[in-house]
Design a protein around this ligand. Structure first.
Ligand code: PMP
Ligand code: GLU
Length: 396
């Protein structure tokens, strides 16, 4: 019997974020005192009012299949959220609800990319983008950004990366893994380049929208009128409402893209979980101020982590304006031998921290930047302090 999986799956990378989280969990189960700073997952519990609405949905017998693209009243709540928070007008035929933003992104890639189409990914990018593009038989075109430019792509870099085959520009702001936040003026500068290339679709992953510590409010690239008709705005509830396990994400998009995603999803997973959809209506209708306490905690932790990591020699840091990650350049350690272990690259460094400091991080290689590691500060201040104390000791 041929017991090989398809070539498609063989060529895929395992999600490095999930793999590291699984490894940390396994070590913990073996009794090791691991501090997990690998997974991008808020450490808060879900606000009570959201839990209550899920309980109510169970009692009200929401047990049937929902429409493939989501309940109409949820899509209405999403349309209002887009208007309220992003100044974007989307009709219900432009919205599709999916099983997490990850599925939303996968749908969009499968619905738009043809074999050989190029997709520009400013690097560092979130780990799954590259593999989703490849699954859709597209060609990822990585544009390397630098820590000195706060890991943001410049208009010149964008222009230089565009070819006749470019079909898509795909990025997140605030960015996972760098925490970079593109300000309105920076998006407008990118839009000027895109205005010369009307066939490029923009996928704007805004799942960290609310986790923004800058003085400017969140900017959505779809709010630039010349681009509105070709931007897919992706969002979800995993990060803002600490609802990672509930698996609800959504898009606002041109109607033809929403229709294609709906068609695809109808053959793959159908509508997302009914109870979770009902709870998300409550989450999105609530004033954003209900989650201020989480944002404030992330802000304080960011400052703490920058201060403590900044005191360790060999950590080059910038100040991320959003999300809950720092992405230090640790390339000064390459070629060094510590406790008999030689560190040649970011993966070695991350593994060294796991083995010698019992702290789980994710190698930058998974995100297209081989000089950095990603440290999630979605953990308590005590855990962060202890983790960084151990890192400092293991590297001294
Ligand atoms: N985009 C980014 C940038 C993310 O960090 C994540 C985190 N998992 C996702 C999408 C997917 O989120 P979800 O949990 O909604 O699938
Ligand atoms: N987005 C999170 C992360 O980057 C969750 C893990 C995942 O879905 O890959 O860690």
């Amino acid at each position: 019997m041929n017991s090989h999986p398809s070539e498609r799956v063989q060529k895929m990378e395992i999600s490095a974020t999930l793999a590291m989280a699984a490894k940390a969990r396994e070590l913990k189960n073996e009794g090791k005192d691991i501090i997990g700073l690998s997974l991008g997952e808020p450490d808060f519990t879900i606000p009570e009012f959201i839990k209550d609405s899920a309980k109510q949905a169970i009692d009200e017998n929401y047990n049937s299949y929902s429409p493939v693209d989501g309940y109409a009243d949820l899509k209405q709540a999403i349309a209002l959220k887009f208007k309220r928070d992003n100044g974007l007008t989307y009709g219900l035929d432009q919205i599709v609800v999916s099983t997490g933003a990850k599925q939303s992104l996968y749908n969009v890639a499968m619905a738009i990319i043809n074999p050989g189409d190029e997709v520009i990914l400013p690097a560092p990018y979130w780990v799954s983008y590259r593999d989703i593009v490849k699954l859709a038989e597209g060609v990822p075109v990585e544009v390397k950004t630098t820590i000195d430019a706060d890991f943001k792509m410049t208009p010149e870099q964008l222009r230089a990366a565009i070819t006749d085959k470019t079909r898509m520009l795909w990025f997140s702001s605030p960015c996972n893994p760098s925490g970079s936040f593109y300000h309105q003026s920076e998006l407008e500068a990118l839009a000027e380049v895109l205005n010369d290339h009307p066939n490029i679709i923009v996928v704007s992953d805004e799942i960290y929208e609310h986790i923004n510590f800058s003085n400017e409010s969140h900017a959505s690239i779809a709010s630039i009128p010349s681009l509105y008709d070709r931007v897919v705005t992706v969002n979800g509830v995993s990060k803002a409402f600490a609802m990672t396990g509930w698996r609800i994400g959504y898009i606002g998009a041109p109607a033809w893209i929403a229709k294609a995603c709906n068609k695809l999803q109808g053959q793959v997973t159908s509508g997302a979980n009914a109870i979770a959809q009902r709870a998300v209506i409550t989450a999105l209708e609530a004033p954003v101020s209900k989650i201020d306490y989480m944002i404030e905690a992330f802000h304080q932790r960011r400052d703490l982590v920058l201060k403590l990591l900044g005191a360790i020699p060999g950590f080059k840091l910038n100040v991320p304006e959003g999300a809950f990650y720092v992405f230090p350049d640790i390339s000064e350690y390459f070629g060094k031998t510590l406790r008999g272990k030689t560190i040649n690259n970011a993966s070695d460094f991350s593994l060294y921290l796991l083995e010698e400091a019992s702290v789980a991080t994710v190698t930058g290689e998974a995100f297209g930047d081989s000089n950095c590691v990603r440290i999630s500060y979605a953990a308590s201040e005590d855990s962060l302090k202890e983790a960084i104390r151990r890192i400092s000791e293991a590297l001294s």
